[in-house]
Design a protein around this ligand. Structure first.
Ligand SMILES: Cc1cc2nc3c(=O)[nH]c(=O)nc-3n(C[C@H](O)[C@H](O)[C@H](O)COP(=O)(O)OP(=O)(O)OC[C@H]3O[C@@H](n4cnc5c(N)ncnc54)[C@H](O)[C@@H]3O)c2cc1C
Length: 512
C-alpha cells in the first residue's frame, strides 16, 4: 500500500479549470498543501466558456466570493435558461428554463396535471388540440423562470411562500478571462505558487507515475499529485501517460466552432440562445460589456468559410474581433485519474456547450477530488471511484445533449442526408432510449443517482422536441375538472403577478 503523504500539488494550466482547481484546493486545504500552478502566456487559454448552470453559485459561495463582487469583476449577467430555436422544426422555439415548473401535488409532478388539463381541453375543443407546438407552448406559462426571461426581468426570489412555489433559479453568463483573473488573484493571495513558462518535458518514475515537469526556461518542478488542466493538449494525461480518449462523434457529430464577440444590444436578455442551423447551431451569450457568439458545426456538413459567414451574418451587433476557429472531438478520457495524475477541464473530455456544462464538469471534478483526496498515499480505490463517478456524470450529460439532436423533425434543404436526418436515424445509448420511451408512453421521468439534470429539464426538452406523452398519472383523476382549472389558473396568476413586480434585468444589474 502506497504511503506517500500527498503534500506537493502541481497544477498544469492556468485556464478556467486550472484556476478553479487552485482556488478551491487552497481555500479548503489551506496550508496543508504546497500548490504550484504552471501556465504559459505564450500558449494562452481557449478563451471561451461564458455560460454556466446554477451550481456555480455554490462554488463561488464556498470560496467566499459574493455574488455582487463576482458580477462586477466578470461583467456577468444573469441566466434563467437556454432558448432553443429551430431545434425541433424551423420556426419553433422552446426553453430549458431552470427551476421547477408549476407546483407538484404530493408525489405527482405538475406536468401530469397539466397533461390531464390538455386532454380535457382537446376533448371539449378539438380545434385547440392541433399541433404539438401549441400544446407545448402552453407549458411554459407555468415556469416563473421562463416568464421572467421572456420579459427580460430579474430578481433573486427564493420562494413564493403564499403559493408554496419555488422562486427563481439562476446561473450566470460571464467573461471567462475575467473569471480566471479573479480566481488567480484569489489563489495567489492565499499562497499558491504561480510559475510562468512552457513545459517541454515530463519525467516519469519507474512505476510509471509522474515525477516532475521541466520548463523551457530551466526549472524542473516535482510533485506528489499532478492535476492536468492543460486543455485540449492533455499534456500529462495523454502525452505523458498515454491514457486513451473515447470518441463520441458518432452520436454528436459537430467537431468545429468559430467564436466572436460583438457589441451589446438592447434589451439585456437573461438567457442564452442556441439557434439551430442546417449543420449545427449558434450561441448567443449576453454579457454587460459585449455579447459572446459562436457557431458549432459538423465539418462534414459545412465548410469553415460557410460557418464563418453564417456566424457573422447572424450577429445582432457589430463584431469586435475576427472569428476564432476551435476544433474539438466530443468524448471523454477513459481514465480521468491515472497513477498520480488527475485530468480536469478540457484535458478530461469535451461535450459541446449546448447545455453549458463544461465548467460544471470542472467544478464537480474538483469537488470529487476533494472528497476522495488521499491522506496516506493514493490507493487504487481512490482512483477507481473517481473514474467511476466521472464516467457516469459524463455519460448522463452526453445523453441529455444527444436528446436535442436526436428528437428533431427538421427537413434537409436538399436531397442529401443532412446532419439532422443522420441524428434522427442514429442508434442512441440504451439509457437515453429508455428515458424517451418511458416519457412517451407514461409521461414519467426518473433521475438516476446524482444526475445533474432535473426532471423539469428533461420534460422541457422532450416536450420542446415534439414528444407529447400518450398518457399521464391516474392520480390526476382525483382532482375534479373545476379544481384542476382553478389550480392551473392560480399558478399562472401568481407567476404573472410576480414577474410584473420584478425589475428589468438591466436595472437589477445596474443597481448592484
Ligand atoms: C467552442 C467552445 C465553447 C464553449 N462554451 C462553454 C460554455 O458556454 N460554458 C462552459 O461551461 N464551457 C464552455 N466551454 C468549455 C470551456 O471553455 C472550458 O471548459 C474552460 O475554459 C476550461 O478550459 P481549460 O482550463 O481546461 O483549458 P484552457 O483554457 O485551454 O487552458 C489550458 C491551460 O494550459 C496551459 N498549457 C497548455 N500547454 C502548456 C504547456 N506546454 N506549458 C505550460 N502551460 C501549458 C495554457 O497556457 C492554459 O493556461 C466551451 C468550449 C468550447 C471549445
Amino acid at each position: 500500500m502506497d504511503q506517500t503523504i500527498i503534500k506537493n500539488i502541481v497544477i498544469v494550466g492556468g485556464g478556467t479549470s486550472g484556476w478553479m482547481t487552485a482556488a478551491l484546493l487552497v481555500k479548503l486545504f489551506n496550508k496543508q498543501l504546497n500548490i504550484t500552478l504552471i501556465e504559459s502566456d505564450a500558449i494562452g487559454t481557449i478563451g471561451v466558456g461564458e455560460a454556466t448552470i446554477p451550481p456555480l453559485q455554490i462554488f463561488n459561495s464556498v470560496l467566499g466570493i459574493s455574488e455582487t463582487d463576482f458580477i462586477k469583476a466578470t461583467q456577468a449577467t444573469y441566466k434563467l435558461g437556454i432558448e432553443f430555436q429551430n431545434w425541433h422544426q424551423q420556426g419553433e422555439a422552446y426553453m430549458h428554463a431552470f427551476g421547477n415548473i408549476g407546483r407538484d401535488l404530493g408525489f405527482t409532478s405538475f406536468h401530469h396535471y397539466w397533461l390531464s388539463a390538455q386532454a380535457n381541453l382537446s376533448q371539449s375543443n378539438p380545434s385547440q388540440a392541433n399541433g404539438s407546438q401549441y400544446i407545448a407552448n402552453d407549458f411554459w406559462q407555468y415556469s416563473l423562470n421562463y416568464q421572467a426571461a421572456k420579459h427580460n426581468k430579474f430578481q433573486p426570489i427564493q420562494t413564493i411562500a403564499q403559493a408554496q412555489m419555488s422562486g427563481i433559479t439562476h446561473a450566470y453568463h460571464f467573461d471567462a478571462g475575467l473569471y480566471a483573473n479573479l480566481l488567480r488573484q484569489y489563489s495567489v493571495q492565499r499562497g499558491i505558487n504561480r510559475v510562468e513558462g512552457i513545459i517541454t518535458s515530463t519525467e516519469l518514475s519507474t512505476d510509471g507515475s509522474i515525477k516532475s515537469v521541466t520548463l523551457q526556461n530551466g526549472p524542473c518542478i516535482s510533485g506528489d499529485l499532478f492535476i492536468d488542466c492543460s486543455g485540449f493538449s492533455a499534456l500529462l494525461i495523454e502525452q505523458a501517460l498515454g491514457v486513451e480518449y473515447e470518441n463520441w462523434q458518432h452520436w454528436l457529430p459537430c467537431d468545429s466552432a468559430y467564436a466572436v464577440p460583438c457589441e451589446s444590444t438592447s434589451p439585456l436578455t437573461p438567457y442564452t440562445k442556441a439557434t439551430a442551423h442546417h449543420a449545427g447551431w449558434q450561441w448567443r451569450i449576453p454579457l454587460q460589456h459585449r455579447t459572446g457568439n459562436g457557431i458549432v458545426y459538423s465539418s462534414q456538413h459545412m465548410s469553415d468559410e460557410q460557418a464563418k459567414q453564417h456566424l457573422l451574418a447572424n450577429l445582432d451587433g457589430k463584431p469586435l474581433a475576427e472569428p476564432r476557429k476551435i476544433n474539438f472531438t466530443t468524448g471523454r478520457r477513459v481514465k480521468q485519474w491515472h497513477k498520480n495524475c488527475v485530468a480536469i477541464g478540457l484535458s478530461s473530455g469535451f461535450l459541446e456547450p449546448l447545455e453549458s456544462t463544461s465548467l460544471h464538469l470542472v467544478q464537480s471534478a474538483i469537488i470529487r477530488l476533494t472528497k476522495l483526496f488521499p491522506r496516506n498515499g493514493i490507493q487504487p480505490q481512490h482512483i477507481d471511484e473517481f473514474n467511476r463517478q466521472s464516467q457516469t456524470e459524463f455519460e448522463q450529460i452526453r445523453d441529455f445533449i444527444i436528446l436535442h439532436y436526436h428528437l428533431n423533425a427538421k427537413q434537409s434543404a436538399d436531397n442529401e442526408r443532412g446532419l439532422w436526418q443522420q441524428c434522427r436515424d442514429m442508434d442512441i445509448p440504451e439509457n437515453l432510449q429508455h428515458k424517451i420511451d418511458l416519457f412517451k408512453a407514461t409521461a414519467t421521468v426518473f433521475r438516476h443517482q446524482d444526475e445533474l439534470f432535473t426532471e423539469a429539464a428533461w420534460i422541457q426538452v422532450m416536450l420542446g422536441q415534439g414528444i407529447i406523452p400518450e398518457d399521464y398519472h391516474p392520480l390526476t383523476q382525483a382532482v375534479s375538472q373545476d379544481d384542476l382549472t382553478d389550480y392551473l389558473t392560480n399558478i399562472r396568476k401568481v407567476i404573472n403577478t410576480t414577474v410584473s413586480q420584478m425589475p428589468s434585468h438591466k436595472d437589477y444589474i445596474a443597481a448592484l
